[in-house]
Each structure stands twice: as C-alpha cells, then as structure tokens.
Design a binder for this molecule. Structure first.
Ligand code: CA
Length: 224
C-alpha cells in the first residue's frame, strides 16, 4: 500500500510518515499543491492524505483536478478543527473522509485502514496468503477455510506480517507496533508470540522464517 501525504506543515507530515510507515505503508510526501498534482500523475497510490490549506494550489483544487480525471483514489482531507465549511466543500468535491487538526495518530491510522480497505476493488476485506485467509474487518484468520484461534497479540503480529509479506520485519518494528496499545513488550516476549503464531500457521504451509539477528519474514506462498 502506497500513500501520498500532501501537507506543508513539515513536522506534521514527518510524524504522519513515521507512523504510517510503522504500520507497513509506503509513504511519500509533498508540500504544495503543484507537487501533489505531479506526484499523482506520475505514480500509483492507494490513498491520498490531503491538507486543504496547501501553498501554490489549495487542496480543493488538487481534489477537483483528481476527480476531474475520473480517479477513484481514496482521499482523506485534513481541515482546520471545527471548520465545517471546509469539510462540506471537501466532501462535495469528492473527498472520502476528513480529519480536523489536531488529531490523534491512532484515529488517523484507523481511518487510513478503513479507506485503504475500501480502495481495494472486489474483495476489500479479505487478504489471501496461500492456504491462509484473513478477514480484516472481523479480524478472523482461516487456514484452508477453518478458523484458527489467535490471541489479540497474535492477530496484531499477523497483520504486520501480512502487510509486509515477503519482506523482513525487524523485532524493533514488531515491538513498536505492539507498544502502540500502551504496553511495554520485551524482545523476548516477541519471540514467544512469533513462535506461537508460527506453530498455528505451519499446518497450512504458511511459514514465518527467522532472519538471524534481524527479525522475521512471512514467506510468500509458492503459488504467488
Ligand atoms: Ca497547511
């Protein structure tokens, strides 16, 4: 999943980029409306996070141009807090959702997840990985159609691995992701969680390999 952030407040953009990358997204940033147009023309994105108050060209203009090209790219607009007129105008121009500044990163992340799910045509909520299928809304994993019992921690881990299937995920990344829920998680605990998850996935031929000294990787299924 690739996200474009168009935001001229660099501190805010950096924070968003950091948080979204940590959730497994690829994130690019631009700081004005003209650059946003160029980036949208040159690349395929899965989501646009668009500040309304952009220099050179406002977020409204970027949005109008995008929808004028018949693009269905999901767009989340960032507006001033309580600026009802901005939200209404943005939604009328084709934005899918909005957030008033300042906002909590956790809320932004939840809306991004919802929008990127919606953006996937066809079966928006189901991820398939070999014998494994994962329902992102119900948060239910199945192996060969049979539900498998996973703890909340194991589900959190599985989501990270599925977002980065075939890529290495470091222990630090896993720790920081799980710590978002306000709990300290030690590196040893991560090893235990991964071990348990691995045992539950193995019967379906889904393997999480250890990259010695670095972290783990969910191997791509043979058929993909
Ligand atoms: Ca701005």
């Amino acid at each position: 999943m690739r996200i474009l952030i168009a935001e001229d407040d660099v501190m805010l953009a950096d924070g968003l980029q950091y948080a979204l990358r940590r959730s497994g997204f690829a994130v690019d940033c631009v700081t004005n409306g003209t650059e946003a147009d160029s980036a949208l023309d040159a690349n395929e994105f899965d989501l646009l996070i668009l500040d309304i108050g952009l220099p050179r060209k406002s977020g409204y203009e970027v949005l109008r141009r995008l929808r004028g090209k018949d693009s269905h790219l999901p767009v989340l607009i960032l507006t001033a807090l309580d600026a009802v007129n901005e939200r209404v105008r943005g939604l009328d121009l084709g934005a899918d959702d909005y957030l008033g500044k300042p906002f909590e990163l956790a809320e932004l992340a939840a809306r991004v997840r919802a929008l990127t799910r919606r953006g996937m045509a066809g079966s928006p909520t189901l991820i398939r990985h070999g014998m494994l299928s994962y329902d992102q809304v119900g948060r239910v994993a199945r192996l060969g159609g049979e539900p498998i019992e996973l703890s909340a921690r194991e589900i959190g881990l599985l989501e990270i691995f599925l977002q980065r299937a075939g890529r290495m995920v470091s222990k630090d990344q896993l720790v920081s992701h799980l710590c978002e829920w306000g709990e300290e998680v030690s590196s040893n605990a991560i090893e235990v969680y991964v071990h348990r998850l691995r045992k539950k996935l193995e019967p379906g031929g889904v393997s999480i390999v250890t990259v010695r000294g670095l972290g783990y990787s969910l191997e791509k299924p043979v058929s993909q």
